[in-house]
Design a protein around this ligand. Structure first.
Ligand SMILES: Nc1ncnc2c1ncn2[C@@H]1O[C@H](COP(=O)(O)OP(=O)(O)OP(=O)(O)O)[C@@H](O)[C@H]1O
Length: 382
């Protein structure tokens, strides 16, 4: 009986307890591991072109070498734009447009990359000013994010940053997105949804949606009419931001399960509209994966669990906010611990063949029982 050797540089109990439960043995990165759960940084070093690293058939790893094609905010938008253009050109009905707006593929708020798209942004801003949100392309946890509702605020910021529209692209890029001003509110508070999506292959596309996601609530009420753009506790749902607020609740952590959300929506908006919302979310996920597919690695040693962030507006339209390549495994509440532990258990079950030994030549078709708490979103081999 082969003992599976795992390696990880992430010290999270939900991971380690699952590895131990399976009787796996911990080894170092230089050893002959079968399963590597790495941070993004280690993954970058491992797949660094200069290293010419080759994995063996019985080794699998939790990231694709170019996971950032979805995980970086600027690349995600670039891939979605290209995908829309290609579908439009080929006459695909999914890319149907009415007066310049995609009927089905309008699922990401209008976004521009700064500084390269500054003039395009200006054009759009002049037509329709409203509120915009500025975010560093490669950061997370709400870091460096701010809102603007006047062009002068962006100009002042870019001056301070010494940002010029023709500045070298080596500088850190930002994105500026139209702010969703009419989010669905529950008890007057804004929230977003965190959903987990496991991708075991992009060629063919095989993706699974974890049954248990959660909503992350702001701790301060949202007021669309008297909008204070500087009160980030009312606008940014990131736990790392909310934790700093006076009104943060340590017990429930401002979180609600997606099951609770479904019950709430079914009673307030009806079953049909609730079902449609969740079908629309699945549609968004599948098409965002398809958008990145042509540039994604074919490496069969890799799988990835993405954290999808979705905002639902008051018309129950879901908007894709971002995709995280390394969703947090930190647990802030006891329900968090149960959910994330269950997530890891389900991931291990899907990515391993029935022998339990990693095998990159396996066709990655899990049995219905081994899906545990995942639902198939798309499997182009089925
Ligand atoms: N276009 C938008 N309209 C309304 N709210 C938004 C928009 N974009 C982002 N937000 C809010 O700001 C928060 C932070 O944005 P985002 O998730 O893109 O940044 P991040 O720092 O990368 O966060 P994460 O820690 O999830 O990686 C979101 O959770 C959401 O609440």
């Amino acid at each position: 009986m082969i003992k599976i050797k795992y390696c990880t540089d992430i010290d999270r109990s939900v991971l380690l307890s699952n590895f131990e439960k399976r009787g796996w043995v911990h080894v170092g990165p230089e050893d002959d591991w079968h399963f590597y759960w790495t941070s993004l940084q280690t993954c970058r070093c491992l797949f660094n072109a200069d290293k010419n690293y080759r994995l063996k058939d019985d080794q699998i790893i939790n990231h694709f070498p170019n996971h950032y094609e979805l995980g970086r905010k600027d690349l995600l938008i670039r891939n979605i734009r290209r995908y829309r253009r290609e579908l439009l050109k080929s006459g695909n009905s999914i890319a149907e447009c009415v007066r310049g707006t995609f009927l089905y593929l309008d699922f990401i708020p209008s976004t521009y990359v700064l500084p390269v798209d500054y003039n395009l942004f200006l054009e759009e801003y002049r037509k329709n000013p409203s509120t915009w949100i500025v975010k560093p392309s490669g950061k997370s946890r709400g870091s460096g994010i701010f809102l603007i509702d006047k062009l002068s605020q962006l100009k002042k910021w870019s001056k301070e940053k010494k940002y010029r529209k023709n500045a070298s692209t080596k500088k850190e890029t930002y994105i500026i997105s139209r702010y969703i001003e009419n989010p669905l509110l529950i008890s007057g508070k804004k929230f977003d949804l965190r959903l987990y999506v496991l991708v075991t292959s992009f060629h063919p596309l095989k993706a699974y949606l974890f049954k248990f996601g959660f909503c992350r609530f702001c701790s301060v009420k949202y007021n669309a009419h008297l909008m204070d753009i500087n009160c980030l506790f009312a606008h940014l749902t990131n736990v790392s931001v909310q934790k700093e607020g006076e009104d943060y609740n340590n017990i429930h952590g401002g979180k609600w399960s997606t099951e609770n959300l479904k019950l709430y929506l079914t009673s307030t908006r009806g079953e049909k509209r609730t079902r449609k919302l969740f079908d629309d979310i699945s549609f968004i996920i599948v098409h965002s994966l398809k958008a990145a597919r042509s540039v994604m690695s074919h490496d069969t040693h890799c799988f990835e669990c993405y954290g999808y962030d979705i905002i639902v507006d008051e018309d129950l339209k879901p908007w894709l906010i971002e995709v995280n390549s390394s969703p947090s495994l930190t647990c802030t509440t006891s329900s968090d611990h149960i959910l994330k532990s269950n997530l890891i258990e389900s991931i291990l079950s899907v990515v391993l063949p029935s022998s339990g030994i990693p095998n990159c030549r396996w066709d990655k078709t899990p049995s219905p029982e081994s899906l545990v708490n995942f639902d198939v979103l798309i499997d182009e081999l089925l």
